[in-house]
Design a protein around this ligand. Structure first.
Ligand code: ZN
Length: 526
């Protein structure tokens, strides 16, 4: 049965990695008029909590309504449960489906354009295209569409496919070119969405703008209040970040204008941004220097094996090169398998209590737990708890050798955060480093000095653990700012608006407080 035309369509626009602090500030200052209008006419909140502890699975969580504790996706190169190996992980391989998959068989039609790391849902009425113009993934993801003719439709409305990846260490000239390309691409995507919704009506429209994500990383260091990795003048790029946000905001405004008054619009940012450099090698050295993670002894010598990080060798496979060239995908997979084997061989598991799987920015620590890891030596219960306590004390004792300041912001015990047993790929302890605008090269502990060399992914920005959700239109009350919400609430809320009962596997509560209950109020907020 088609949806009631008096209440549609439901629209979800993604403002990927738009920092909530900046959006709120710039909306207040009149610099993001479309966001300001939605916020003033509808309901909005920051998203946060345990579901945003890891940046990599955020879109999978937002779209599926399934907790990270269940799907386990937290880093593109993460541990394989019941082994000491690693695997390349992608959001589309988690066995969870985006919320629009639940519209199959309901007669409702969808327009879905560029959902991060989600493949088209087969057998769904409408137009779905993935990976047309996105924040490029590593390794690259294929262009896919449902039906296949949707590619022609999108090409006609958008122009040629345009994937833009981050360029680490690029010159200011190159960065300026990229910012301009991203600004132009946001306009193309907005025009594409408007052209497609003008052609036919959809019950659900999902379109994700990733220009503030790619461009946010690229422009972050030019902000006038950012010091960056050594002095870097703004090079005419001091307002680049605002320019990118404004470009997306303009398109949000134009899409809202093009919608019928019966539409309900949601805009979500996945996560915010902060200044940080990779800390991966420091955390591995922390585990090894303090005796948690023991390197294997060389067979013919009593000298320990070199401590050179095996995980960090993935750095040699320069991501931005590999992820932009699909033909490199297979060799990359082969190299990743070899690196996984090397990672497993880099440690004497019979003497290791805690180890550090890869994690460029947010640190992941795993306990070598008996009954879970193949050669676990730490018993669950009191021994496990005491080990985590000692580990947290050691982490909080770390000081930047240059400034003397603490370097750890907070540590989070994964099971405590999720209040449940979690997916076996997830770490036991999550380590958040303080914001820092230059790389941490030397860090002191009372019993060791830890050093790290520059990471090949030498990028001075990472993500915060907060996003935002803004909604306005026919189905939403003018409720203003509400208390922080879980990203798990988005999917069941949108299904509720589409008159589909959220499945039991979606554990987040729909945002009933935001929704107009009575059709008589259906013109509120627009
Ligand atoms: Zn990012």
């Amino acid at each position: 049965m088609p949806a009631d035309r008096r209440t549609g369509p439901v629209v979800l626009l993604g403002f990927d990695a738009a920092d909530p602090e900046l959006v709120e500030q710039w909306a207040r200052e009149g610099k993001l008029p479309a966001m300001a209008k939605l916020m003033s006419r509808g309901a909005w909140a920051r998203t946060g909590g345990e579901e945003l502890l890891f940046e990599h699975g955020v879109w999978s969580t937002l779209f599926s309504g399934i907790s990270t504790a269940r799907h386990g996706f937290h880093f593109f190169w993460q541990p394989v449960p019941r082994t000491y190996g690693l695997e390349l992980k992608r959001g589309r391989d988690l066995g969870v489906v985006p919320f629009w998959a639940w519209l199959r068989g309901t007669g409702r039609s969808v327009l879905v354009l560029d959902p991060p790391d989600a493949a088209p849902v087969r057998g769904l009425e409408g137009t779905q295209v993935s990976e047309w113009a996105t924040h490029s993934h590593y390794p690259p993801l294929p262009l896919e569409a449902e039906p296949p003719t949707a590619i022609t439709e999108v090409r006609k409305a958008f122009g040629p496919r345009e994937q833009i990846g981050e360029k680490i260490g690029a010159s200011a000239v190159s960065d300026r070119v990229m910012v301009e390309r991203l600004v132009a691409r946001a306009a193309r995507k907005g025009a594409c969405v408007r052209a497609l919704i003008a052609k036919r009506s959809y019950d659900l429209v999902v379109a994700i703008f990733s220009e503030a994500h790619t461009g946010g990383h690229q422009a972050c260091e030019y902000r006038r209040d950012a010091k960056g990795d050594g002095p870097r003048p703004d090079a005419g790029l001091g307002d680049a970040l605002l320019r990118l946000y404004r470009a997306v905001d303009d398109e949000i405004g134009r899409i809202v204008e093009a919608l019928p008054p019966t539409a309900t619009v949601f805009v979500t940012s996945s996560v915010g941004m902060l200044s940080q450099y990779p800390t991966e090698e420091l955390l591995e050295n922390f585990c090894r220097e303090l005796g948690y993670q023991v390197s294997p002894q060389r067979a013919a010598s009593s000298a320990p094996a070199p401590r050179r990080s095996v995980t960090s060798r993935l750095r040699g496979l320069v991501p931005e090169r590999a992820r932009n060239v699909v033909s490199k995908f297979l060799p990359f997979q082969v190299q990743a398998r070899l690196l996984s084997e090397k990672f497993a061989a880099s440690t004497d598991w019979s003497r290791t209590t805690v180890y550090a799987p890869p994690g460029y920015y947010t640190g992941c620590l795993r306990v070598n737990l008996r009954g879970r890891e193949p050669n676990g030596i730490v018993s669950p219960g009191a021994e496990y708890d005491a080990l985590l306590t000692r580990l947290e004390e050691d982490l909080h004792a770390l000081r930047d050798a240059e400034s003397g300041e603490p370097v750890i912001e907070r540590t989070v015990r994964t099971r405590d955060a999720f209040h449940r047993d979690v997916h076996p790929a997830l770490p036991d302890l999550i380590v958040f480093w303080r914001e820092h605008d230059r790389p941490l090269r030397r860090v002191r502990h009372p019993r060791a000095e830890l050093t790290q060399s520059p990471h090949a992914f030498h990028r001075g920005s990472h993500h915060t653990t907060e996003g935002m959700l803004v909604a306005a239109g026919a189905g939403v009350r003018a409720a203003g700012r509400g208390p922080d919400i879980s990203p798990l609430s988005l999917a069941p809320t949108l299904l509720t608006l589409l008159d589909v009962t959220p499945p039991d596997e979606m554990t987040g509560p729909p945002l009933h407080d935001w929704l107009v209950q009575s059709p008589a109020l259906s013109d509120t907020g627009r």
